[in-house]
Write a protein that binds this ligand. Structure first.
Ligand code: NAP
Ligand code: ZN
Length: 346
């Protein structure tokens, strides 16, 4: 066992604080990573505050992890000491079901092992990336391209893949009108990736505060949805909408902005239900879909795509003692556009 420094919570209502956690010994197929940076995803907040349901404490979250390989097990072939690597939202899966065999570990029929808050293969609860080191099966470790700085690469491991996957699956590209709802951590990456794929992108944000940024990221249009009649004015416009919002919205109003046969993909994960009027789908044969991160293979494709296209998240690097304030700023929508923890400050 390796005892490592971390930052986590002892209850859903207490602030995060310094903790120590145990990492398992490096097994034959494991990689030990010295973590350099960990991004703060809104899912970390939903989880640790038990907004999605009860968890066990103490808990360390964080599933946007980058760092350097410092030790490999005897059977590891994919990674070597000194490699720049990343770990996202999952660290294991059954490896035997039809989904895993098809390379879709994120849809594992037995449920994949999440980077934090899951029961690990040794029966312990997985602990996330707000820590100095992590031990991960080599299959779930990604290669971080040299051209992407460590701190900017971290948010790609969740925000990047969660938006790349549905944009690729539903064909964002030239001649396609794509709308991104909510421009936070996921949303700003959705904009950059959809633009890089060649789509015509509109940002649907609550206010005008992020208009200049949206246009700088390559969007052709920004609409402040808080203004009277804003959505009604967009009726029948989009081929694809990616909803990244962390709170419940009126989906029927957004479905009406799809073209016939268009699809609204929900990646935002509010704890509340999102009621749909069936006529919002029936009229025009529109679809309402969901998407969960992406496979390991697709995550590597996304990292390589971002490197080729020269795109990366906008980050604000913080020290560990600023994590609790950062959570409040994420909830208030006051982040441009992802907080990333420098683990040297843990
Ligand atoms: P975030 O940085 O907080 O961004 C969410 C954005 O939603 C905000 O910037 C804001 O954009 C908008 N928003 C927030 N509250 C709102 C409200 N009450 N009404 C309308 N709009 C609101 O969060 P994130 O890290 O991008 O995560 C977004 C959601 O995706 C979370 O629920 C997270 O759990 C989920 N998630 C899902 C997956 C998956 O695999 N499906 C993976 C990762 C995260 P504007 O200021 O532009 O309006
Ligand atoms: Zn996440």
């Amino acid at each position: 066992m390796l005892t490592v420094t971390a930052y986590g919570a002892n209850s859903a209502t207490s602030p995060l604080e310094p903790l120590t956690i145990e990492r398992r010994d490096v097994g034959p197929r494991d990689v030990l990573i010295a973590i350099r940076y960990a991004g703060i995803c809104h899912s970390d907040i939903h989880t640790i505050r038990e907004e999605w349901g009860p968890i066990s404490f103490p808990q360390v979250v964080g599933h946007e992890i980058v760092g350097e390989v410092v030790e490999v097990g005897s059977e590891v072939t994919a990674h070597a000491v000194g490699d720049r690597v990343g770990v996202g939202c999952m660290v294991n899966s059954c490896g035997e079901c039809a989904q895993c065999l098809a390379g879709d570990e994120h849809n594992c029929e037995k449920g994949n092992t999440q980077t934090y808050g899951s029961v690990d293969r040794d029966g312990t609860i997985t602990q996330g990336g707000y820590s100095t080191h992590v031990v991960v099966d080599e299959h779930f470790v990604l290669k971080v391209p040299e051209s992407i700085p460590y701190e900017a690469a971290a948010p790609l491991l969740c925000a990047g893949i969660t938006t790349y996957s549905p944009l690729a699956r539903w064909g964002a590209g030239p001649e396609k009108k794509v709308a991104v709802v909510g421009m936070g951590g996921l949303g700003h990456m959705a904009v950059k990736i959809a633009v890089a794929m060649g789509a015509d992108v509109t940002v649907l944000s609550r206010t005008d505060a992020k208009r200049e940024d949206a246009l700088a990221f390559g969007a052709s249009q920004h609409v402040a949805t808080g203004e009277e009649g804003a959505l009604a004015g967009l009726a029948g416009t989009f081929d694809l909408i990616i909803n990244t919002v962390s709170a419940a919205l009126d989906m029927n109003a957004y479905l009406a902005t799809l073209r016939p046969k268009g699809t609204l993909v929900n990646v935002g994960a509010p704890p509340e239900a999102l009621p749909i009027q069936v006529f919002s789908l029936i009229m025009g044969g529109r679809s309402f879909a969901g998407s969960n991160i992406g496979s390991i293979r697709e995550t590597q494709d996304m990292l390589d795509f971002c490197a080729e296209q020269g795109i990366a998240p906008e980050v604000e690097v913080i020290s560990a003692d600023a994590i609790n304030d950062a959570y409040e700023r994420v909830i208030a929508g006051d982040v441009r556009y992802r907080f990333v923890i420098d683990t040297a400050t843990l």
